[in-house]
Design a protein around this ligand. Structure first.
Ligand code: AMP
Ligand code: MG
Length: 541
């Protein structure tokens, strides 16, 4: 409807393609789609595998609009055929990218798009470049021992979370559509010898670029410096044109930019309570976008040590609080990969140090903002924030609810509550999972924190209404709680997609109060505490 009113072209045939990646970078010379090591190339040409019965489950009207596609186009049969890979548009040139990566701290060699196939690069009506990529559209030369497919449950998780993150203001790849293939896919969800047939699905992902740290790493690892330079130059010219013509100085400023964007992305994750779960270097976008939604999760009770990924349960390498440090480690691997183009360690080391600095100051400002403060004042706020994080972790406290509700209480209400034996205002009790954990000591400690915080906001002098507005703009009311995604999956597996649609609509306005949807802002119910999919996820997808 929106597009019809605007009277601009909005069908699939109106998409304008400009496939720069395949035009400018070398392709694998072997056209056969067989699993192998691919040398001297950035990608292999490969067609999606046709599927039996494409059926649209959901599409993102926001992303469609951005591409210049009308809702009607997205509801057409032809659209479903295209976004499952059954039909190609005339100017599409499908390919899978070659990349490597460090998985859980160890170099894993060639990985690549094992089940992602890029269809082409769309130039939208505003001149933005958007790459369309199908996830789960069949095997590629990079599929190694796996099948190139994806199942409905993980595709729902990727589809919903990509769009939720976008509306939360977190840099992310996007999702245009979620389709069923009409075929079944076998998965052993917990790798325990109990394989099951699950519905196959495809997500059409969209991003300005899907290049990862690992695209550069694989070339350096193989000593292919000419191609490394070509890919870096290509990336700078295409995605970082503001940095100027490629050359050693530009390489350094490019790396500094990647460090800065990565820091910004992680600060957002920490703000909304997102845990990626698999921060391998092949899952790090060169644009600083959240990419590859696998066994990710959302903090419910604030637990800095939590990881949603069962594969990570041993070392908990990718736990919430570890994400900033892991991102820096990953950036160091990228620095190693591009070092041969610069031949100087100091500027790269300086950029990595600057990352730590930027992360720290950015995080402090973000935390101050979550508390309704305009700026972080070290003297007062360092202690205030440290103590808050300690209190939140001391009893199981829902991070999202706590910050959201805190905004409703003014300094007087906080001080009054702190003066009582309970110490915690009723308004905030909704955030506590196990009220019995609130010992007299912890209540006293929390009350003291309220007193200090009340004094701090009085001193800041921001009127309550304004303070609440500021806090509500950075503390979401709705996030894709792990159990909500799982409920939508349970329903979808019975053929009822209503909750997928409902969550997609809900999460378009995560900072708004949506009174008829209050139930989605509530604490995780107790049944979900230990249920697979709700509290723990495997990489099987
Ligand atoms: P991930 O850790 O999920 O990002 O995946 C790591 C690597 O495994 C990437 O190269 C993926 O393309 C590949 N991969 C994951 N699942 C599959 C699958 N079902 N079929 C083929 N390749 C896969
Ligand atoms: Mg990946």
């Amino acid at each position: 409807m929106r597009n019809a009113h605007a009277k601009r072209p909005n069908g699939l045939d109106d998409l304008r393609f400009d496939n720069r990646f395949v035009r400018e970078l070398p392709a694998d010379s072997n056209p056969v789609n067989r699993r192998r090591q691919v040398y001297g190339a950035c990608y292999s040409r490969v067609d999606p595998t046709p599927v039996k019965a494409p059926r649209l489950v959901a599409f993102s009207p926001d992303m469609a609009d951005r591409l210049g596609l009308s809702d009607k186009t997205c509801q057409s049969d032809r659209f479903a055929q295209v976004v499952t890979g059954n039909r190609l548009l005339p100017d599409m040139q499908p390919f899978a990218m070659c990349y490597g990566g460090h998985q859980f701290g160890h170099w894993a060699g060639q990985l690549g798009d094992g089940r992602a196939i890029n269809l082409g690069e769309v130039l939208n009506p505003s001149g933005e470049r958007w790459v369309l990529q199908l996830k789960g559209a069949g095997p590629t030369p990079y599929s190694r021992t796996a099948d190139g497919l994806a199942v409905l449950r993980s595709s729902i998780r990727e589809f919903l979370c990509s769009e939720a993150m976008f509306h939360l203001g977190v840099p992310t790849t996007r999702a245009l559509s979620l389709t069923l293939t009409g075929e079944e896919v076998e998965r052993d969800m917990f790798y325990d010898g109990h394989p099951k047939l699950e519905p196959g699905a495809v997500v059409c992902r969209v991003a300005p670029s899907f290049i990862r740290f690992g695209n550069f790493q694989i070339l350096t690892a193989r000593g292919d410096m000419d191609l490394l330079k070509r890919l870096v130059d290509y990336t700078i010219r295409t995605d970082f044109p503001e940095l100027g013509e490629p050359g050693p100085a530009t390489y350094v400023s490019w790396f500094e930019t990647v460090c800065r964007r990565t820091a910004e992305m992680i600060i957002h994750w920490m703000r909304v309570g997102f845990v990626h779960g698999v921060m391998n270097t092949d899952n790090m976008s060169i644009l600083g976008l959240t990419i590859d939604y696998g066994p990710y999760g959302w903090l419910e009770n604030f637990d800095p040590g939590w990881t949603p990924n069962t594969t990570d349960a041993g070392g908990r390498r990718y736990r919430f609080a570890h994400q900033p440090g892991i991102a820096q480690w990953n950036l160091a691997q990228l620095a190693n990969a591009i070092y041969p183009l610069i031949n100087q360690a100091e500027p790269l080391e300086a950029a990595l140090a600057a990352y730590a600095e930027q992360y720290q100051t950015g995080w402090q400002t973000m935390m101050a903002n979550k508390l309704g403060l305009v700026a972080f004042e070290k003297e007062m706020d360092q202690g205030l924030i440290d103590e808050l994080l300690a209190i939140l972790a001391a009893a199981e406290t829902d991070m999202t609810i706590f910050f959201r509700r805190l905004a409703r209480l003014d300094a007087d209400q906080l001080t009054a509550a702190a003066a009582t034996a309970e110490a915690i205002p009723n308004e905030l009790m909704a955030a506590y999972y196990v009220p019995d954990q609130l010992t007299a000591e912890l209540r006293g400690r929390t009350g003291n924190w309220f007193k200090t915080y009340a004094a701090r906001i009085r001193r800041a002098g921001i009127p309550q209404k304004e303070r609440r507005r500021r806090m509500d703009a950075v503390n979401p009311n709705y996030v894709l709680r792990n159990y909500l995604a799982q409920l939508a999956i349970d329903k979808a597996e019975t053929g009822d997609f209503s909750m997928v649609h409902e969550l997609l609509a809900l999460l378009r306005r995560p900072y708004d109060e949506q009174p008829d949807k209050d139930v989605y802002a509530a604490r995780r119910p107790d049944w979900a505490r230990h249920r697979p999919g709700c509290s723990m996820l495997s990489c099987s997808s």
